[in-house]
Design a binder for this molecule. Sequence first.
Ligand code: 13P
Length: 260
Amino acid sequence: MSIEVRRPLMAANWKMHLSIAEGVSFIAKLHELVGTPRDREVLIAPPYTHLWPLREPMAAAGFSLAAQNCHWEAQGAYTGEVSLAMLAETGCRYVIVGHSERRHIFGESDAWIGRKTAAALSRGVVPIVCIGEKIEEREAGLTEQVLRRQLTAGLEGISLDTPEPLVIAYEPVWAIGTGRTATPNQAQEAHAFVREWLADRFDKAVAKGIRILYGGSVKPDNVDDLMAQPDIDGALVGGASLEAASFARIVQYQRSGKSP
Ligand code: 13P
């Protein structure tokens, strides 16, 4: 399997923003601006309440729907939680797991994230497993150690015969919502480390096919340089994904130096 099989994944994480009506017009506008690209995948992760009403416009536009979180149990007394079967029923093909805001604001542990990843895989929903170091960890030279720990726990017990069922997102915590992006070289270095780790953990050919997204202050003016890096296979975008024209430019990144 070669690098060329990694179809770039351009993902919007709306977090707790936009109304359902705003979401519907966003999708129409984005579709008008980018069409349904064949050489890259467009994904939107809206709030839970938007999933069902947005599933039809998303499907009609050829975009992929994702949830921002999930619970690992199939059902039960878990007030406020949503299961993977429920998400699949709303048309979700993907689920974001272990976002740094879940880890740091809501106290999610590495072990929980591992359970969510395994549950998503077993339900046929593709987990986008987020990892990333804090600024003090980077400054102390602990970036690789943190990524290794998060990957080990986040992917515990899972096996893969093909790369498609898994996506990793490297989101350095210090770059999220701060306007401070990792340089293309810093991001590439972390992505190459992740891919090597994946090659040790899974089959080499499988690791080569797993998409690794970069997230953290991705904007229209830095996406081209980030996407030119050999191990960056897409972007997970927060702030700049809330406005259709800005996200459209990100989706339409220029292929300087690398063909998707
Ligand atoms: P920003 O693009 O706002 O930095 O957010 C990144 C992010 O957390 C995407 O999941």
